[in-house]
Design a protein around this ligand. Structure first.
Ligand code: DX5
Ligand code: ZN
Length: 220
């Protein structure tokens, strides 16, 4: 069984102390940095953009897992590759020519991910699953940290895992939104490989310990 990964979301970090929070993740048991880019159009919020990511990337020592919550993401694929993104995830709902977008991400040397909103059925990925490195299942409506986990996520993860096995794909499953130590084990049991955690990590009193605990819950 492969190691399950934890990706703290910097959206929940203290933006006035970004370097401090990045160093914390660097020395923690976490595996990736989850970076949420929002445009105020695809989602009703704006997070941060390229200049901030460029500043972050000077300090991050783990892969950058970039989650684009923006319309027409094709415009910026090259930019995010140049900024050092290892994984670039676009939303299914934001792409008219998803197959082309996936190929464009890969041709820039990044791993390609597709995110699904809570209302989007996993079966819609049937025809591209073998091209995908990662599927991100949103377990809250995208746009904000600190929301409650949507329980229907478990059945979506199971359905997606079945599809991946049936199609002989090597796609990994990431869960994003409302992840805590209370649902982490069940998510992994359902088939998840990577858990994003924002508020649960950054609002905790001992962030390193919270990450360590999550990591051991998902890798018993
Ligand atoms: C939400 C973002 C998430 C967010 C998760 O739109 O995609 O990555 O940071 O935050 P929590 O873990 O607080 O739900
Ligand atoms: Zn995210």
């Amino acid at each position: 069984m492969s190691t399950k990964l934890i990706a703290p979301s910097l959206l929940a970090s203290d933006f006035a102390n970004l370097q401090r929070d990045i160093e914390m993740v660097n020395k923690s048991d976490a595996d990736w940095f989850h970076i949420d880019i929002m445009d105020g159009v695809f989602v009703p919020n704006i997070s941060f953009g390229m200049p901030v990511l460029e500043a972050m990337a000077k300090h991050t020592k783990k892969p950058l897992d970039v989650h684009l919550m923006i319309v027409d993401p094709d415009r910026y694929i090259k930019t995010f590759a140049n900024l050092g993104s290892e994984i670039l995830t676009v939303h299914y709902e934001a792409c008219t020519h998803l197959h082309r977008t996936i190929q464009a991400i890969k041709s820039e040397g990044m791993k390609a991910g597709v995110a699904l909103n809570p209302h989007t059925n996993v079966n819609l990925l049937e025809d591209v699953i073998n091209d995908l490195d990662l599927v991100l299942i949103m377990s809250v409506n995208p746009g904000f940290g600190g929301q409650s986990f949507i329980e229907n996520t478990y059945s979506k993860v199971k359905q997606l895992k079945d599809m991946i096995v049936r199609k002989g794909a090597s796609t990994i499953i990431e869960i994003d939104g409302g992840v805590t130590n209370a649902n982490a084990k069940a998510l992994v049991d359902a088939g998840a490989d990577v858990l994003v955690a924002g508020s649960f990590v950054f609002k905790s009193t001992s962030q390193l310990k919270t990450i360590e605990d999550l990591k051991s819950i998902v890798n018993p």
